[in-house]
Design a protein around this ligand. Structure first.
Ligand code: PLP
Length: 390
């Protein structure tokens, strides 16, 4: 597979060498982290070191990090009516979700469907803060939990979280932020964002699959109904013997991602610029979604009228290039993505959306391989369909 161009980093990322080394070393740690003997304490030490590393990535206290099986579980854990603050045990009675959330948030977590509402985004893919404020004002004396992601997995559009946090807190609400796609790609500090809860996933930042975390901003925040009970691990937040190898890999990946962030961010942004300039040169009619606002530096979601995403994906794959149509989780479905629908994009155009996402080891050669494959693809189509530049 070495001559292939892997450009689907938002689906998942290759393992960082630091994560691999930490995991290999953790495989030989025999103890159960809950055991009091030396072997147990060695396993516990690995977990607590990883907790510090993950906490540092998002500016949190290590004791506020609870490890989960990934971003999906972290989201499900967070979206609970039994979210208590400073001993206030009255349940949260409304869940407001931005219209562009990941399916693991869109499902509403543990809220009954009748308590779940959606709040709009603008055509640029950013949450409409005025609409959010109005919705919060609407709910006569509700106790809302609001969920807004830090960056969208399809468009890469970065959301105005700090501003949303002020609005939510003024209305007496709590804010959950799905930072799965953003962490490690842009700065992500739980305090400056003003997020009460933050979800992370290791495999999006060079760690292993199947491990993530839910991070709290304050000690006073408590989820009274853990998803997995019994055992008391993770300070009661999640029962079961910890995934020591996964946790060690997550910690090492988080530390490496934090150290490399400024350099990787600039390098990847320059590659994305090369990609989008090349694309525009080949397909003048290409529409790049969210292009006018801040996006993750690695993500480009575009459509070219007349080019179908499913056929393009297969042709690119056969030509050695791995990309995705919108969200990887919804691949295989021909329906327009809910993200582009929420942005008011025409359904026909939205159905053609292709996501190219880059990462730390992406090269100029891979970008050029994509452009070469794209060129072959569009020239095989009738000319009127792709708006080829002269
Ligand atoms: N949230 C977002 C924004 C994602 O992009 C994803 C994965 O694609 C998830 C949550 C789910 O994370 P995980 O794959 O660790 O369950």
């Amino acid at each position: 597979m070495s001559n292939r161009a892997y450009l689907d980093w938002n689906a998942t990322t290759p393992l960082r060498p630091e994560a691999r080394d930490a995991m290999v070393a953790a495989c030989d740690v025999v103890g159960n982290p809950s055991s009091v003997h030396g072997e147990g304490r060695a396993a516990r030490a690995l977990i607590e070191e990883a907790r510090r590393q993950v906490a540092a990535l998002v500016g949190a206290e290590p004791r506020h990090v609870a490890f989960t099986s990934g971003g999906t579980e972290a989201n499900l854990m967070a979206l609970s009516p039994a979210l208590e603050r400073d001993g206030d045990k009255a349940p949260r009675d409304r869940l407001l979700l931005s219209a562009i959330e990941h399916p693991s948030v869109r499902c509403g977590g543990r809220f009954p469907p009748r308590s779940v509402e959606e709040t709009a985004v603008g055509p640029d893919g950013r949450v409409d803060l005025g609409a959010l404020e109005r919705r919060l004002a609407d709910g006569a004396a509700g106790r809302p939990l609001v969920a807004i992601m830090l960056a969208n997995n399809e468009t890469g559009v970065v959301q105005p979280i700090a501003e949303a946090s002020e609005i939510v807190h003024r209305a007496g609400g709590l804010l959950h932020v799905d930072a799965v796609q953003a962490a490690g790609k842009i700065p992500c500090d739980i305090k400056s964002l003003g997020a009460d809860l933050l979800s992370l996933s290791a495999h999006k930042l060079g760690g292993p699959k199947g491990i993530g975390a839910l991070v709290r901003r304050e000690q006073g925040l408590h989820i009274a109904d853990p998803l997995i009970r019994g055992g008391g691990q993770e300070r009661g937040a999640r029962g079961g013997t910890e995934n020591v190898v996964g946790v060690a890999g997550f910690g090492a990946a988080a530390a490496a991602a934090a150290a490399a962030l400024p350099g990787e961010r600039a390098r990847v942004a320059a590659l994305r610029e090369r990609l989008e300039a090349g694309l525009k040169a080949l397909s003048g009619a290409a529409v790049i979604f969210g292009a006018g606002v801040e996006r993750l530096p690695n993500t480009s979601l575009f459509a070219v009228p007349g080019v179908k995403a499913d056929t393009a994906l297969i042709a690119l794959d056969l030509d050695g290039v791995a990309v995705s149509s919108g969200a990887a989780c919804s691949s295989g479905k021909v329906a327009a993505s809910h993200v582009l629908t929420a942005m008011g994009v025409d359904a026909e155009l939205a159905r053609g959306a292709i996501r190219v996402s880059l990462g730390r080891s992406t090269t100029e050669e891979e970008i050029d391989a994509f452009l070469g494959a794209w060129n072959r693809l569009v020239y095989a189509l009738p000319k009127r369909t792709h708006g080829v530049a002269a």
